[in-house]
Design a binder for this molecule. Structure first.
Ligand SMILES: [Zn+2]
Length: 281
């Protein structure tokens, strides 16, 4: 009887020792699950993306004009630049390659095509597989249209983290943002203001951000090119500029977090015919 009782006590003691551990394990699992769900909803932690090239240090006065969000208006921009013996670089989205023949013609005329992701997305806070797929699909679209594999990648709004940067490197490509922003994403700016902004901020080795989808930018472009050329600048592609010197990197040590979507303002006065979605670049 006593032996049986002791056995029972020992069994209960072992059970007592094991049970909290079991409960604790279940708790850990629950917390992990809760934390992962929460982190999926929350904005990702800023991480160092590695060197973020924004321009170049060059000995000669040269500038790279870049046009994002195409392939819209590629032929029109090529024609404006060619008229003044200038070159430029288009960062196109794989999903917008409808104007493939225009893109092919641009390459044939010495212009450069860069990778602006397939679906016009940020490469910040996404998985490696997602970033790699966005980059690869766009490379394929560009290569199918032009026969040339792009050298440069630029994400939506220049947002990229260490994972995205690794995907770019693994694809054998380089990442470039800009150091002069035309501010043509601000739809209240006129073509004259866009022109003044670009010409006023120009410097040797600059990479200028403009948008192929903005009509005022196309209006401003002949003046921008004429004024820059009058100041002695050569307008070249990003790869040509890179070949003239060494890259300059952003002083920012952290990747840009995607902007939180702000609530639409109560009253927006805007000329009719412009949908709000066009403003999101
Ligand atoms: Zn864009």
């Amino acid at each position: 009887m006593r032996r049986l009782l002791r056995a029972l006590v020992v069994t209960l003691a072992i059970a007592g020792l094991l049970m909290p551990a079991g409960i604790a394990e279940a708790k850990v699992k629950k917390t992990t699950r809760r934390r992962s769900t929460r982190s999926a909803r929350k904005a990702p932690k800023p991480v160092t993306p590695g060197p973020l090239a924004i321009g170049f240090t060059v000995a000669t006065p040269a500038i790279a004009l870049t046009f994002d969000d195409g392939a819209a208006n590629t032929a029109a921009i090529v024609s404006i630049l060619r008229a003044q013996d200038a070159k430029g670089t288009f960062f196109v989205c794989g999903a917008r390659m409808g104007e493939a023949s225009e893109v092919a013609s641009a390459v044939a005329n010495g212009f450069e095509i860069g990778n602006h992701t397939y679906d016009h997305v940020s490469l910040y806070g996404q998985s490696y597989a997602y970033d790699a797929a966005q980059i690869a699909a766009t490379n394929n679209s560009i290569q199918a249209a032009t026969g040339v594999r792009p050298v440069w990648v630029r994400s939506r709004s220049g947002q990229i983290d260490a994972t995205g940067m690794q995907a770019v490197r693994d694809a054998g490509q380089s990442y470039i943002n800009w150091d002069v922003h035309s501010q043509d994403t601000d739809w209240s700016l006129t073509s004259t203001q866009i022109e003044a902004r670009v010409v006023g901020s120009a410097h040797p080795g600059a990479v200028v951000l403009m948008h192929a989808t903005r009509p005022e930018t196309l209006v401003a472009l002949p003046g921008i090119v004429a004024q820059l050329k009058a100041r002695g600048y050569r307008l070249v592609t990003v790869s040509q500029l890179a070949g003239m010197g060494s890259p300059r990197f952003s002083s920012e040590t952290k990747a840009k977090a995607p902007k939180k979507k702000s609530k639409p303002k109560a009253k927006v006065t805007r000329p009719s015919g412009r949908s709000r979605s066009r403003r999101r670049r």
